[in-house]
Design a protein around this ligand. Structure first.
Ligand SMILES: Nc1ncnc2c1ncn2[C@@H]1O[C@H](COP(=O)(O)OP(=O)(O)O)[C@@H](O)[C@H]1O
Ligand SMILES: [Mg+2]
Length: 277
């Protein structure tokens, strides 16, 4: 639970054999890193949840979301959930509301990335098995008066992914004792394949903002890497739209292709995965 709760699950189809999968949920209540405010964790508490309920009850959710969405479209550095926490008496409610939006955005990014990379599923990234929605009620204690009007704010989105049986690239060196490579060339091939996969993903118009060896699973049997975790990424089509809104095309020499690859070069996804830091 760094950003999202992730669970190993077994799906039992009526007449099929059990299927091992990974369920990733986008739930604002959990995630040590998601809820980190500076060096502390702004835990989910009954008081914060009650403030969030009051915010929804007063009809403040929709205007707040519009305001934050607009800031994300126009500002170079848009507001983060943590920034709302100190905003007076409504701070805690706005913090929960902004985290709800953040989780919705993570789900949108992750599902859009998997769709855009559909031909790489099962090869460079896991297979997307299903989009999941847990409807209102469940384990949330939703007040009766919010069950209808507030329903979207208590639904949880998630994804069901093919489970990669193996180890994280990050943990490779700790395998030195348990599974030493026959020769170091074997490791070099895996690491280079992960860097190449990141470049292919960049070529498909996706920049990962969380590229790291912890977001690479190496399949134990084939010893080939799969990139995971597209909850935080940038899409070329959305970047180009934004650059147009900022009227960068007014400069005749400006080329969105060059801009995109300049951005990719600054971000260095392949290096973030494969270089020793
Ligand atoms: N398809 C998968 N197969 C095996 N393990 C996975 C898979 N997806 C996620 N995991 C495990 O769950 C952890 C968290 O998943 P991730 O998508 O990186 O979520 P977060 O956004 O919380 O970092 C990963 O580091 C990995 O250990
Ligand atoms: Mg991750």
């Amino acid at each position: 639970m760094t950003m999202s709760p992730v669970l190993d699950v077994v799906i039992q189809a009526p007449n099929g054999s059990p299927l091992q999968a990974v369920l990733k949920l986008f739930d604002r209540r959990f995630g040590e890193d998601l809820r980190r405010v500076y060096k502390q964790s702004a835990c989910h508490t009954p008081a914060r949840e009650a403030a969030f309920h009051a915010f929804i009850r007063q009809g403040k959710m929709a205007p707040f979301l519009r305001e934050v969405d607009e800031a994300h479209e126009t500002e170079l550095i848009p507001p983060s959930p943590a920034g709302f926490l100190g905003e007076g008496t409504e701070g805690p409610a706005k913090y929960e509301a902004a985290q709800w939006r953040e989780c919705r955005e993570h789900f949108r990014c992750e599902t859009k990335a998997y769709a855009q990379l559909s031909d790489l599923q099962g090869e460079l990234i896991p297979r997307m098995l299903a989009h999941v929605r847990l409807v209102s009620g469940g384990d949330f204690d939703v007040p009766p008066d919010l069950r209808e009007t507030g329903a979207p704010y208590f639904e949880l989105n998630g994804i069901l992914l093919e489970r990669i049986d193996g180890y994280k690239l990050e943990d490779m060196t700790s395998l030195l004792t348990t599974r030493p490579p026959k020769n170091l060339k074997e490791w070099q091939i895996i690491i280079q394949a992960a860097a190449n996969a990141a470049h292919v993903i960049n070529e498909r118009g996706i920049l990962m903002q969380d590229a790291s060896p912890r977001n690479v699973m190496v399949d134990r049997r084939s010893q080939t890497p799969r990139i995971i975790d597209f909850a935080q990424c940038l899409f070329r089509d959305e970047l180009v739209d934004q650059w147009h809104r900022w009227e960068w095309q007014e400069d005749e020499e400006w080329d969105p292709d060059v801009e995109y690859w300049e951005r990719a070069r600054q971000q260095e996804d392949p290096a973030a995965i494969a270089l020793v830091h």
